[in-house]
Design a protein. Sequence first.
Length: 140
Amino acid sequence: ADTDDVHEYAAKLGFEKVSEQVIDECKSAAVLYKHKKTGAEVMSVANDDENKVFGIVFRTPPKNSTGIPHILEHSVLCGSRKYPLKEPFVELLKGSLHTFLNAFTYPDRTCYPVASTNTKVTPIILVTYLLLSFIQHHLL
Ligand SMILES: [Zn+2]
């Protein structure tokens, strides 16, 4: 899509452009958007890489040293009573259509990244990941 179309679409969804930058090292154009109502930030990085990459990141600063954010990251990837697929992450991993799929817990945040060259399948993994990561966020 044309860059103007993307900005217009983002505005329609309630996002405003915060900043824009060309990153020479990876021949990419980065745009940071902020959702006006929720404050959620979305960064779009456009380049000619055949991989379509999506990642959602939550601030998960721990209240103590029991490792709860990391335990929850693994737990949501194992399904739940409400979402009774036994191991959604393992099911996703079985698919051969993604080029990268993982989850990471850092000291202050948790990331759920996915990459695929197949633009049709990426949204499916993406929605699954959004659901799983929001469940974790809700549990914290
Ligand atoms: Zn882990």
